[in-house]
Design a protein around this ligand. Sequence first.
Ligand SMILES: Cc1cc2nc3c(=O)[nH]c(=O)nc-3n(C[C@H](O)[C@H](O)[C@H](O)COP(=O)(O)OP(=O)(O)OC[C@H]3O[C@@H](n4cnc5c(N)ncnc54)[C@H](O)[C@@H]3O)c2cc1C
Length: 656
Amino acid sequence: MASITENSAVEGGASPPPAPFSAFAAELVGHDARRAAIDAVYRAPETECLPELLRAAELPAPMATQARATARSLIEGLRARPTAGLVQGLMREYALSSQEGVALMCLAEALLRIPDAATRDALIADKIGGGEWRAHLGRSASPFVNAATWGLLITGQLIGAVDESGLAAALTRLLARSGAPIIRASVDTAMRVLGEQFVCGQTIEAALGNARPLEERGYRYSFDMLGEAAATAEDAERYLASYEAALRAIGAASNGRGIYEGPGLSIKLSALHPRYARGQRKRVMDELYPRLRRLAVLARELDVGINIDAEESERLDLSLDLLETLCRDPAMAGWNGVGFVVQAYQKRAYATLGWIIELARATKRRIMLRLVKGAYWDSEIKRAQVEGLEGFAVFTRKFHTDVSYIACARLLLDAPEAVFPQFATHNALTLATVHAMAGKNFYAGQYEFQCLHGMGEPLYNQIVGRGGDARPCRVYAPVGSHETLLAYLVRRLLENGANTSFVNRIADAAVSVDELIADPVEAASALAPIGAPHPKIVAPRDLFAPERDNSAGLDLSNEASLAALGQALAASARPDWHAGAAFPAPRPILNPADARDVVGHVADVAPAGVEEAFARAERGRLGWSALEPGARARILTEAAARFEAEAQKLAGLICR
Ligand SMILES: Cc1cc2nc3c(=O)[nH]c(=O)nc-3n(C[C@H](O)[C@H](O)[C@H](O)COP(=O)(O)OP(=O)(O)OC[C@H]3O[C@@H](n4cnc5c(N)ncnc54)[C@H](O)[C@@H]3O)c2cc1C
């Protein structure tokens, strides 16, 4: 217990320690004005973002009419196809709103994190136990849905069987006899069924072979080696080797078709390093970048386009650093095969694209730019709430994302010398809007569409071909074993199950074509105020309202926040903070995050000395010895509280 005093001389110690938090300050990245402009909208209110986006997204009336007409015809074409909605039907059947849908997704996601079989089995039993699977039998018009439902209930060989009443009786007996173990095996079977739908091949060679029929119809391919973020250095090495092997195989199959016509490879940076996070920026630049470069150099040799996938929003800034380093690398000079993905649901999308276009111009290249809406919406919302951040990185209304997509598409189409736009969407209206904006006079290399393997083909079959009015579409084709597909599958299930998603709504006959082609610009313009966030999505700060404010978190992936934190740390942590300075032999207090930092000194004192210490410290001012014991106790308590508050403030800053 002691008071804090300043500017006391520190006894002992020959050389002065480094200024506290100087290592933190040294790692701050000073952003130039354009990058700072991207940081500024990271979590900006939607009301500030929308006016500019709406201006950019507004189409001339004839163009909007044309887009809606094309979308209508695409949707009618899709709905007329009896087989188009098989997977969509499955997704609807097990949507997030059903108990089983939630169980399946929890299960699939959780399985990925569990290393041992016994715990996996226990989790399966737990999650499946509560689901009313049998209620789904025979409910859907789609035989695929029923088959998969059976697959979830009974073993693989019964998938596709047709005698439902017989199966139901058999199933009842089976469940009574076998119980959970059979169900466990069935979940595995269901995952396989879905895997076969969404995965192009278990090996790159198989996938290249499976791609051929659609390539002949005018499709192109970009392969994605399944597997998620590397958790260890060994994982990263394995992914790197698998990307290299894939590039060689793709290069051989491409046979000189080049980056626009031939197949490409999509790369997840999180697969190339286990610490792909802002806090490890130096390691990312020193260790991850050389791996990315190695892949890019090989891709260039083979003339195979590579595309850097977009992941969680807190990785965007780092990925821009890596993209810039790659574009400025002399080994990449003059090559147009570097690709990057931007998510329109992020508030930074529009500013990011402006920066990338400038980067392309400055480095005299054309960057392949895939525009997506973004696959991590749910987790972006939840993470910001849990961490008490100042706002969301993503929009909260679906039509705001759609408006952002159109504004971004406009930007890309207007910079043909700097970017090769790749419009990735399964939404017929989004497709038709881009189609109308790009104009009738399509020329080779102007742009392409992209869709996911197993999901987008029925839509794109209507516009892909070899004729004059056809447009190119590249299929994003995951490659890997069924064991590696879970995280990817969960994203697709979330995407398809969401009731705002186009693929979900088109499978619902109750949703009219007019609703499906409702203009997002009109919807966004009708809001008051423009850009008002979704009222049901609670802002991070209001998570516990009205009881209390959520505790405020610090955004450690935003350079602007980090710079402010650096200043606060430098101002608050001074080595001349002393606790118990009146006593001899103070000992240094170190920053727990960096033991080189001395953030203050404390001199310990035995309990008997406490009163004497305060007497000495306060005597002159208060006339300590003249005070009543009660007054002395009060002063001591107040001083201790003051000290504790200061100490907590300091500890808070250090530990963040
Ligand atoms: C070829 C290809 C490659 C892809 N690569 C990536 C990638 O690298 N990184 C990545 O993140 N995604 C990627 N995706 C997925 C993509 O981001 C979308 O999730 C998906 O395509 C759905 O968008 P849509 O236009 O097809 O459908 P739509 O149904 O029109 O849009 C659905 C999307 O709208 C957004 N949304 C939904 N609800 C809201 C809401 N309340 N507020 C704001 N926005 C909302 C979400 O982004 C959601 O995915 C890729 C998709 C394709 C086709």
